[in-house]
Design a protein around this ligand. Sequence first.
Ligand code: FES
Length: 80
Amino acid sequence: MADLKHGTHPIVIEETPGKKAYCQCGWSENLPYCDGSHARMDTGAAPIVCELTEGGKKAICQCHQSANLPWCDGTHSRLA
Ligand code: FES
């Protein structure tokens, strides 16, 4: 079983509307999206799936500690 891999900053992207699966294990090679690595590596994590009705700039949490996952709420800046 692989440990989760946490980033130190969000990934900021211009997102498009539609169904998205945001990686929560940190091992995806297509961050911030899930590529199935969580299952292949037996991380115990699963992506957060969202249906976005609007596009626009989004900051996607990579520390996985946000209180508003999958979105960044600034928590990464308070972690050691
Ligand atoms: S690859 Fe990380 S949650 Fe799926």
